[in-house]
Design a protein around this ligand. Sequence first.
Ligand code: FES
Length: 588
Amino acid sequence: MTAPTTAGPSLPGARDPRRLRSQRWFAPDDLRSFGHRSRLRQMGYAAEEAEGRPVIAILNSWSDLSQCHTHFPERVQEVKRGVWQAGGFPVEIPVLALSEMFMKPTAMLYRNLLALEAEEVLRSHPVDGAVLMGGCDKTVPGLLMGAISADLPAIFLPAGPMLAGRHRTERLGSGTDVWKYWAQRQAGCLDACVWRQLEEGIARSAGTCMTMGTASTMAAVTEALGMSLPGAATIPAVHSAHARMAAACGRRIVDMVWEDLRPSRILSPAAFDNAIVTDMALAGSTNAIVHLLALAGRAGVPLALDRFDALSRTTPVLANLRPAGEYLMEDFHDAGGVPALLSRIAHLLDLRCLTVTGRTLGEDIAGAEVIDDRVILPLASPLSTAGGTFVLRGSLAPDGCVIKPTAAEPRLRTHVGRAVVFDSYPDLKARIDDPSSGITADDVLVLRNAGPLGAPGMPEWGMLPIPRPLLERGVRDMVRVSDARMSGTSYGTCVLHVAPEAAVGGPLAIVQTGDRIALDVDGRRLDLLVDDAEITRRMALWRAAPPRFTRGYTRLFIDETTQANHGCDFRFLERGSGPAAEPEPDIF
Ligand code: FES
């Protein structure tokens, strides 16, 4: 793999402290700046330690309940070491630690809250640049969205994947193998003892899920966007290289400040295309689509859902990683990681894009090589000739929906079946395993009111469980349709992100059990086979449910969040604003 680097172009004469944003707080000979300087003394810093240096905010999304970030208290010291080495002044600022596991109903409900916090923390403090410490699913887009809007120099430090799981002689993958064994447990084929052993072996270290789930996908996509150091995305969390990379981030961000290398200089339309191509070559998490749409919105880059499908058609899946493939993240790292993958699909990328290194993407991946062709497949023998995610449209999803064909059983790519409708997740839980339900393997399971506003927060409920009576008969996949998301570690013929969602009156709202639904993955269609007059009649009768949340953050979320095909950001935050929009910049 290409080693993380701190190199970048030097700008002679540019290291003038008067150019630093933080100097507005510290430099003037006035009463307000006296207060700021005296408070640095209060914290024990002498003038020569802090003044005239770039102040680097380290946004640390750690908490005692952020299970994937348990190494961050140690890592933050390594980032600080790098900042000091490069002549900066590091300040650690804790931000919301979004735990994908522990936050309910879903961490996605709070992604925008982290983004809002990150933006305002950067804007309101005397900082010149930022290291963004995240990894667990929504922390990646949340931190990046905030940093893009603040538009200060920023570099992303990914948490890194955890070690591969283990049960006896078998390697276990986060999520992916849990679903597999849970299906066996539900079918009565797995005893409590083995289930407990799996519990103890599935998550063996600090770090993010080590399959190509949302965390791994977003880390790789962030690297392809140019927002983290080459090779950073795949370094296992507990690998010593991860500590070295953390220090390298600290060193590099100081130079980025002097170079004024802001996200707005990195995040071009071509950079987003590079990220999408990477996502497709990885068969990445479907969640990446929602997050990339939101990031593009913050960056002011026009990006529509159909761009994902267009690039999907021309990008082969080369990463042989679970859930679509066979291997795990540490195998990907040892095979060369993202730089190696990018070198193999270089003909599909715009190599002129600038990255946080201060060089082009092409320069960053020069010399990268694939070490193991079993993990990063040759172009001649891809996992799939088309990309990892398809965008479908049709009468059931006029504004689009997505499916991950590599995670679906091939026989279901074209399917017509009877709809079995669940009005909500509680309704699903209550009825799905009912032996008298009459659900067959050919039916299409439909879950609605699980979208951005309906749930709210668009939880990962989209891999609807196979009814237990069918599991017991060996059924492992069915067509499932919802306005929810799905974990990147999940699999199955799951049509997700149906837009508009049911809660705002999308066609999903008027589907009835017994209707027929047609899925044509290769034709990119999802249709409700009900005649137009009947659809019109039902739509006329549909009424929105009364609001369930009347106060607090959830009320704000429901009032302001866009649909999945627009990225689920807050409308009032969609455009990047930058330091120019700082509140009353001249009075302090
Ligand atoms: Fe944190 Fe999967 S739970 S990345």
